[in-house]
Design a binder for this molecule. Sequence first.
Ligand SMILES: Cc1ncc(COP(=O)(O)O)c(C=O)c1O
Length: 380
Amino acid sequence: LSIQNRIQQILVARKEQQEYRKLSQLKGLIDFTSNDYLGWSKSEWIQKKVDESLMEFGALRGSTGSRLLSGNSYLIEQVEAKIAAFHNTEKALLFSSGFLANLGLISTLCRKGDIILFDDLVHASIHQGIQLSKANAYAFKHNNLAHLEELLEANSFNSEATIFVVVESVYSMDGDKAPLKEIVQLKEKYRFECIVDEAHALGVFGEKGRGICQLEGVEKECLARVYTFGKALGGHGAAIVGPVFLIDYLINFCKPFIYSTAPSIDFVKRVEHSYNYLLVNDNQQNRLTELIKYFNEKSKVVEKSVWLGAGPIFGLQMGSTTSARALALSLQEAGYDVRPIVYPTVARGSERIRICLHAFNTESEIDGLLLAINQSLNHE
Ligand SMILES: Cc1ncc(COP(=O)(O)O)c(C=O)c1O
């Protein structure tokens, strides 16, 4: 079998299962799908600050090498220091994406013989990190403290192994929050290190958008936290934050960090001004909070529905790829950009449409969307 035939067979099988994916662009629809929760991908404030501050760099924009060779700069270290201070910890390390940050963090930190206990619904990047780490990994049922405790109990005899508990503060597909306080309380009884991915919480929850670890007062209880800039900050990239020893360890051993070109000046300046904007302005965060509350009240009008999520992400479970795709299509035809989320992103049987709210959405857009969902479901 040639490689081309092998691949074609796999793609054909995927099409037959209605699970084939292709890149598409929907233009001109009302955005209920992007991760641009605050609308900052189009922020004139950020863009103006970035443009102004870039002038001082003239034509010098490229990074020229990895951080350990020619790519490091005072600018990068200064921005990392600001990020660490914002997140109430000692040090931060920039990555070009949240996927790489998670993969690099977990595969470097956790090693053979260690034990990783992870929530069943953590992001694919965490799964990839786990696979590369060679540690023994066990999933606990989503947000199920009793199951987590059972696994902690079962593994507590192993005094050689470091135990890591890995969660997201807001889950990217179900949109619900981890019981962070309760998880951290388990440290009184069991020995483990906590890693929290705050991708969907930065800019949305907590004082000045610092995230849920800040909101719940558990920042100091986490060994490492990951903040991504591609969601509410409207850019891309990520930072791992934590104590000096952790970041120094990553600088020495994290291959995606070591063997990768340093971030460009444009990127670093954008990150810096996004964080500055969080500090000086919480209008969009407050507006989004209002809309989340509005959606929570109004979404009850959709009959026969099981809503997931606590905002800004909501899911309406449809139970099959075909029905999730059909509902998304009818909403798109009605003018709303809503996408289906299907296997393997979510488990078979939990296919859904996913609705993301943004500070720039309006109450009447939400009313219209919910009406369209109701009409579409009643016509099935
Ligand atoms: C929870 C979570 N972690 C990490 C990532 C990856 O971040 P990035 O898009 O910056 O690679 C995502 C994005 O899809 C995510 O939802």
